[in-house]
Design a protein around this ligand. Sequence first.
Ligand SMILES: Nc1nc2c(ncn2[C@@H]2O[C@H](COP(=O)(O)OP(=O)(O)OP(=O)(O)O)[C@@H](O)[C@H]2O)c(=O)[nH]1
Ligand SMILES: [Mg+2]
Length: 433
Amino acid sequence: MISTNTSREPPAALLAAVTLPGAAAHAEDSLCELADLADTLGFAIAAHAVQARPAPDPGTYIGHGKLEDLRGLVHQYDAELVIFDNDLSPRQSQNIERQLGCMVWDRTQLILEIFARHVRTAEARVQVELARMQYMLPRLVGMWAHLDRERGGIGTSRGMGEKQIQIDRRMVRARIAHLQKELQRIETERCTQRKQRSNCFQVALVGYTNAGKSTLMNCLTGSSVHVADKLFATLDATTRALDCMAKPAVVLTDTVGFIRNLPHSLVASFRSTLEHVREADLLLHVIDVSHPDYETHISTTAGVLNEIGAAAVPRMIIFNKIDLSRHDAIDRLMLEKKHPGCLCVSALEESARNTIIDAVTTRVHEGCISRTIRLPYSKCDALADFYAYSIVDNVDYREDAMYIDCTISPLMRRHFTHYLPKTHPKQHHGLSG
Ligand SMILES: Nc1nc2c(ncn2[C@@H]2O[C@H](COP(=O)(O)OP(=O)(O)OP(=O)(O)O)[C@@H](O)[C@H]2O)c(=O)[nH]1
Ligand SMILES: [Mg+2]
């Protein structure tokens, strides 16, 4: 089927997709998302072509007849670009480009271009460039083929194009090695910052792109991180203190969103940014409940969390944008039944703050133990640790020592190992001094 759209703004682009058996259910949503991704880069989608096939064509992914149709559309709309919803091999992109006479991107390249456009910090710049270089390396072949076509002929030895490819490959490999070193340096720096934060309960916002993570970050911490109604507005990790009564103190991190078929090279390059997610004590999984395909967003996010090694981190589900739901109360009931313990909020409403902070505080204090600990006066310096890492209910200054009534969270127990027994907890614990 080929459908067209008469409203057109330059630069024009076309979308193309091949639906393989088993993928039909999500094909339309995936194509809509591809249009949103293209829109993020400012392309106007003039038309799209979709073909159902039992398997991709090895040379051109899409069938030859459909490719002819696309060629007609390229001319009709004067399209600069054709974007495939599937991942194309370097050879397939090259063949299609040759036949259509315009630029051809696959889904991965489109996402890489968006990331490149949205980078703000030096770290994200390195991460995105590394992913782009890795994507480009096997695709250099097509870039210089014209030199061979111009100069090559029967009897010519190696063409200029081939020599140029070898030079380029060396340069790209050297650049990749340089970027990898740079990322390692950044990771070491991050490791130091993480150690500084290890006395805090770490919470990270995760979820599909555009779910409202940054809006929630601003609502919860009063910060002003960048919010936009476009995909991949956030590429960097921002960490802020959460103003709540929990002990230990809580820090919240906002970071890059996920999407279906997130390029593996990007996941690998963003390892240091995603470390916040892997090392968190709790993940707030934010879901845009107004999105018709939010169930797929939930499973996609779960899949990426698995891929980055964060599957075991405890999660709290937050259905956001409930203000956009048509039957607010009914939807809440249905969601709470299906996802026990979930929260339904609107990040645009003040009430979201208290709802989430109360739930996080409860989670921080889950598994806390209450103890009366004897602290000899010779160790009175340690009293500061009790105030920093536990909730102190009372300090009784007796003749022999101080007796501290306190509540200690599981995360902070390591600070009190001297005071707590290894096996049988008793009501009173002392430190010999
Ligand atoms: N109506 C409504 N809009 C919201 C709500 N939360 C966020 N938005 C809007 O949704 C859009 C995306 O919000 P962001 O906070 O940038 O989303 P994000 O999850 O950080 O997106 P990425 O950084 O791209 O992954 C913005 O236009 C927000 O104003 C909400 O509760 N209700
Ligand atoms: Mg964001």
